[in-house]
Design a protein around this ligand. Sequence first.
Ligand code: PGA
Length: 241
Amino acid sequence: MIVSNWKMNGTKADIELWINEVSNKIEYKTEVNCVICPPSCYLDSTRSFITKINSPVQLGSQEIDSTHQGALTGGINGQMLNDFSTEFVLIGHSEQRHYLNEDGVSLRAKLDSAIDSGISVIFCIGEPSEVYSNGDTKNFLTNQLDILNSEDLANITIAYEPIWAIGTGLSAKTTYIEDIHGFIKNHLKKIVNNKKVSVVYGGSVKLNNAEEILSSDSVDGLLIGGASLDSETFSKIYNLS
Ligand code: PGA
């Protein structure tokens, strides 16, 4: 899975151009999902751009709220996401954990909302720099993974995104990514009866480091922010997978 996370960037016209160009440039393989997560206000039009040209690009939301119905000003629920056939949703991104104060309780409610709505979850985890420097990453990630249960894991991809690597240009080294992905997979195996859980990497993935990161057997794909906004770069990275 190669995912483009647009965060709070772009216009409707930018997204249409991106969908058209990426659809032309990628050598699409059915076993490698190609996903765009546009800002929520463009989800509906993004679905239309995809449908219009019968593009293999799949649609992901950056947001889902935990309540199914009712009074939450600004909220977006699973039913709304299903209205435009949203296939994936990002939950637990470090920017939302930080700026929106998301914690285990609110994330658990979002997971329930997505799973009940039949939307596949990309669950983001990752440690801040002080935890990394203290060598405490694995304990930290174990806590973040603790809210998942075996039922969730049938519908979940984990995105490992060290916070110190997001948007900084400092991607983690491949040996470190391998160690952490191996740890996550082994940890989750115990919860899901030895079934395989996919783990993708995110954090300053660029054209010049993507090939090396993807060459590792423990890396099942990439979640890309800044570098993915350029359709040419994103397509080249997809074609390396
Ligand atoms: P980045 O962002 O590629 O710009 O570091 C990744 C992410 O936050 O998903």
